[in-house]
Design a protein around this ligand. Structure first.
Ligand code: NAD
Length: 276
């Protein structure tokens, strides 16, 4: 496939583009993941809390695709941060897999103050028979600094809300300097604001005869972000894969860069301090 792979600090690499299944109903998951695999997706992002790991697993098993060609991520939910090994085993059973490629702490849940404890458990599980790479999600710089100072081990990725109106540059800069790759969740802003009608996006898309969604996803790819846009529509799943036959110019990139008002007001989902 033409999807680039990004080398992680674990020594493994990850396809830069995948398919995320947040809010894909469990009863539909096997069908849409099967379609995604048929279309060429080889990286799937799920989470215990999504309730659809079984559907992901059934689609993988039915696909016949060799395990080494797939990259599967799941996330440990906040109430299992004291019990990570057992939570991983439960996810593996649901997925029908012997290992996941990447296991993430879904939220820091700072009010519980268990995320460093959870990180120590991930370190112990990392690169064993059950797991390859370890990472985090929704970690602010203050949380990342605690992982670094208290364990000396940095995550392979930090998966954060990131789209043109909300670029979280403080976190991105910290992670980039430390070799922690950014996974952008909600890469299309979850459809919660008029991103596609913005002139910077609309014009870039028109100039390359692409859709606005493709222009935004291409912006992420050129930023170096790992992305896994969600859709249950086959045409959109196909469209979202077709990002590697055009390049945004520096001016087009800069115009999309300028869409973040810089005051955090572009956030469309929960703040990490609120989720426990
Ligand atoms: P997203 O930005 O991918 O938006 C999805 C929405 O965009 C859907 O409603 C879909 O209808 C629309 N869309 C998708 N492709 C389109 C296209 N080509 N044209 C027009 N509209 C299109 O938001 P998301 O699903 O929240 O994020 C992607 C993935 O990130 C999730 O599925 C999940 O795997 C992950 N995620 C992680 C966290 C976390 O806390 N770690 C939180 C949210 C999402």
């Amino acid at each position: 496939s033409d999807v680039p792979r990004i080398a992680l600090n674990s020594g493994y690499d990850i396809p830069q583009l995948g398919y995320g299944v947040f809010k894909v109903p469990p009863a539909e998951t096997e069908k849409v993941v099967t379609e995604a695999l048929e279309l060429g997706y080889r990286h799937i992002d799920t989470a215990a809390i999504y309730g659809n790991e079984e559907g992901v697993g059934r689609a993988i098993a039915a696909s016949g695709i060799p395990r080494h060609e797939l990259f599967v991520t799941t996330n440990v939910w906040n109430d299992r941060q004291t019990d990570v090994a057992a939570a991983l085993e439960e996810s593996l059973t649901k997925l029908g897999l012997e290992f996941v490629d990447l296991y993430l702490i879904h939220w820091p849940a700072p009010a519980n103050d268990q995320f460093v404890n959870a990180w120590k458990q991930l370190i112990a599980l990392g690169d064993t028979a059950s797991l390859r790479s370890i990472g985090v999600s929704n970690f602010l710089v203050e949380h990342l600094e605690r992982l670094e100072s208290e364990t000396g081990t940095l995550p392979a990725v930090n998966q954060i809300e990131l789209h043109p109106a909300y670029q979280q540059r403080d976190i991105v800069d910290w992670c980039t300097a430390k070799g922690v790759h950014i996974e952008a969740w909600g890469p299309l802003g979850q459809g919660k604001y008029d991103l596609f009608g913005t002139p910077a996006v609309h014009d870039a898309a028109a100039a390359h005869r692409k859709t606005p969604a493709q222009a935004v996803l291409r912006w992420h790819i050129q930023k170096g972000n790992i992305v896994f846009p969600k859709s249950v529509n086959r045409d959109r799943l196909k469209e979202n894969l077709e990002l590697f036959d055009f390049t945004l110019s520096d001016a087009e990139m800069a115009a999309i860069d300028a869409l973040d008002p810089g005051d955090g007001s572009g956030r469309v989902s929960a703040h990490p301090s609120e989720v426990n």
